[in-house]
Design a protein around this ligand. Structure first.
Ligand SMILES: [Zn+2]
Ligand SMILES: [Zn+2]
Length: 203
């Protein structure tokens, strides 16, 4: 069996897919210098370091648009997106999910069929004011769901709403309305029932 010494950790390992990720050049010689474990370790260290830097989000944007230029990159990004959706759904399931059709209709009529963020007339989508990905997220509940146009919803994504809006008076108005929704909560029994209903619907 062919073996290879990793240029980083100097360990000799079998030259198989399990230990090395290599691309073969035209004459069949593998071009990868580091073993998989070293690659993993390096990217872990690099990420931890980069996450602390203020340029992290710029870096993410740049690397994403770079990835989008190749088929392999696009495939990877789509895989990440699917994974993220899955995580999001799982998380959503552990959180309270009491939102009803009635509450949604009331929300739409309160915001007069407009996006609560930009004011555009639209077919509103349900945006979680405190993103599902956030630790503070109260869940899929009336005091966390805001009608938003698809553009705002996508653009806001996992960002904190107030920061993303960049408009305190708008944020105040939305938060005030959301707080009102809290007082309009259903009884504890109904809550459990609605929770199971939402589960079944896969909300
Ligand atoms: Zn190594
Ligand atoms: Zn909008």
């Amino acid at each position: 069996m062919q073996e290879k010494t990793c240029h980083r950790c100097n360990q000799t390992k079998p030259l198989t897919d399990e230990f090395f990720s290599f691309h073969k050049t035209k004459d069949g010689t593998p071009t990868c210098g580091w073993c998989r474990e070293c690659h993993r370790e390096y990217s872990r260290e690099y990420k931890t370091k980069m996450r602390k830097s203020p340029q992290w989000s710029d870096y993410l944007k740049a690397s994403k648009s770079r990835m989008r230029t190749t088929a392999r990159g696009r495939e990877y990004l789509n895989r990440c997106k699917r994974q993220e959706r899955k995580r999001r759904r799982c998380r959503l399931r552990k959180l309270p999910a009491t939102y009803t059709e009635r509450q949604w209709n009331a929300a739409i009529s309160h915001w007069q069929g407009r996006c609560a963020y930009c004011g555009k007339e639209c077919t509103p989508t349900q945006d979680h004011y405190i993103p599902i990905a956030s630790k503070e997220c109260p869940g899929h509940v009336a005091h966390n769901i805001v009608p938003a146009c698809i553009e705002c919803n996508v653009d806001k994504s996992n960002k904190p709403a107030r920061e993303w809006l960049g408009d305190d008076s708008k944020a105040d108005a939305i938060e005030q309305w959301l707080t009102q929704q809290k007082t309009d909560m259903v009884s504890e029994n109904q809550l459990t029932y609605l929770n199971t209903q939402n589960f079944l619907r896969g909300a």
